[in-house]
Design a protein around this ligand. Structure first.
Ligand code: HEM
Length: 411
């Protein structure tokens, strides 16, 4: 991978948002345009026009750093936003996801604390690892996302080499009015590829926009990145009877029970002529649905539905994206109080299981060693010995052997 040159910077227009306020979150990003083509047949599950066989829909995609400020470097360890706007004849459908299948939280009331903990700087300059690890260890439902973020997946080589996920559970409705719960998976056709911490530091030392430049250069070369969209589909009743919470954003669904069903292919084949107008001013709203698709009772999703449009009203110039300020656009059935209560019935005893599976089954020995290296280097920055001990306990609960190995390396 090239680390960027001044010549390349001069070649491409700067993504200066000018007089438009930047996003308060996911401020640093970029994107491209393209199309989505439905190659599978999912009519049994949804009557959404864009997912009918053979239908091709224009898309706008914006990738972003979750934590980065407007001028931040792009190779640091972070979740990446993966927002897709489908421009359908029925209106805009926005899938505003991340490159991770899960998230740190499932309770929307904790979201503001999460943002503070992840953006805190001690003395205004040094990243505050005490604050971060204090938050993670006090909120063990974050364990799965923490293990994922500190593994190799935490620094994708480029936006092209990462998967995307809707992360939340969504609702699909078929032509007969039957309801299903779905999880979206966008698998990169370029293959997963990640950077080591050393590679990332080398890039960050010379280039702050490397992901944006990588995407632009690939499309200019005619290498159009693509992703295969699949869904896991759960029959309506399973959400009430399954032995797990189908709406818990910190957990994935088993692929043995709910296998991936192919829907189609997302292709990015055009760079924006005007990055500000076509990408930065786009307003991606989790509240923008089209008929045949709707929300679920996941409290995090409902909170997002009620939140983004306010920021869009503040941020986007009037008339640029009128649909963006629509508070809610869906025509999908609601649910009763029992299901809403069930969506909040989390099982704290289960918080470490999927994180442990990731460490033991998904990672190999080399991957576990690299993960341990990242954990140990972060905990070495933690100044409070009691907090360091709590963090080691957090890892013991994820995996006893890994916790012991971390404790030994810190000793
Ligand atoms: C209650 C929890 C959350 C709240 C209140 C929240 C709030 C926000 C806000 C205010 C923005 C800026 C919107 C704009 O100016 O366009 C934003 C951007 C974004 N959020 Fe969230 N967020 C939450 C959770 C999540 C989760 C769980 C995901 C992913 C699964 C996510 C993905 C994104 C993405 C991808 C963007 C950038 C979209 C773009 O490129 O324009 N957020 N969020």
């Amino acid at each position: 991978m090239s680390t960027g040159t001044t010549a390349r910077r001069a070649d491409y227009p700067a993504a200066d948002p000018g007089p438009v306020p930047v996003r308060i979150r996911h401020s640093k990003g970029g994107g491209a345009l393209g199309f989505f083509e439905t190659t599978g047949d999912v009519r049994a599950f949804t009557h959404a026009g864009l997912f009918q066989p053979g239908i091709r829909t224009d898309v706008v995609v914006r990738f972003s750093a979750t934590l980065g400020y407007r001028g931040s470097r792009e190779a640091w360890r972070d979740l990446r936003g993966f927002a897709v706007k489908f421009l359908t004849p029925d209106g805009e459908y926005d899938l505003v996801g991340n490159n991770s299948p899960v998230f740190f939280l499932r309770d929307e009331a904790k979201f503001a604390s999460l943002v503070v903990a992840h953006k805190m700087y001690r003395d205004g300059s040094v990243f505050d690892y005490d604050r971060l690890w204090d938050f993670w260890t006090r909120n063990p439902e974050s364990a799965h996302q923490v293990a994922w973020l500190l593994s190799d997946r935490g620094i994708p080589r480029s936006w092209r080499h990462q998967d995307g996920f809707g992360s939340h559970t969504f609702q699909w409705v078929n032509a007969a009015g039957e309801r299903f719960w779905v999880k979206y998976h966008l698998r990169t056709d370029q293959g997963i590829s990640n950077l080591s911490d050393d590679e990332a530091s080398a890039i960050d030392a010379t280039e702050v926009d490397h992901q944006r430049h990588d995407l632009r250069a690939a499309i200019d070369r005619g290498e159009h990145p693509s992703w295969t969209l699949s869904v896991q589909v759960m029959p309506d009743d399973d959400a009430r009877t399954a032995p797990f919470n189908a709406f818990d954003l910190t957990k994935t669904w088993s692929k043995a029970s709910y296998p991936l069903i192919e829907v189609g292919r997302l292709v990015l084949d055009r760079n924006p002529d005007d990055e500000v107008a076509e990408i930065e001013q786009s307003a991606f709203a989790p509240s923008s649905f089209v008929p045949g698709i709707g929300p679920s009772p996941d409290p995090m999703l409902l909170s997002r539905i009620d939140s983004y449009w306010r920021f869009h009203r503040h941020r986007v110039q009037e008339g640029v994206a009128s649909r963006a300020v629509a508070p809610f656009t869906a025509s999908a059935p609601g649910w009763d109080d029992d299901l809403a209560a069930q969506a909040r019935a989390w099982d704290p005893a289960d918080d470490f299981r999927q994180a442990g599976d990731l460490v033991r089954r998904v990672l190999d020995d080399a991957g576990r060693t690299r993960l341990r290296g990242v954990v140990v280097s972060q905990l070495a920055e933690v100044t409070d010995p009691a907090l360091r001990e709590r963090a080691v306990e957090f890892w013991r609960r994820i995996d006893a052997a890994e916790g012991a190995a971390i404790a030994a390396e810190l000793a």
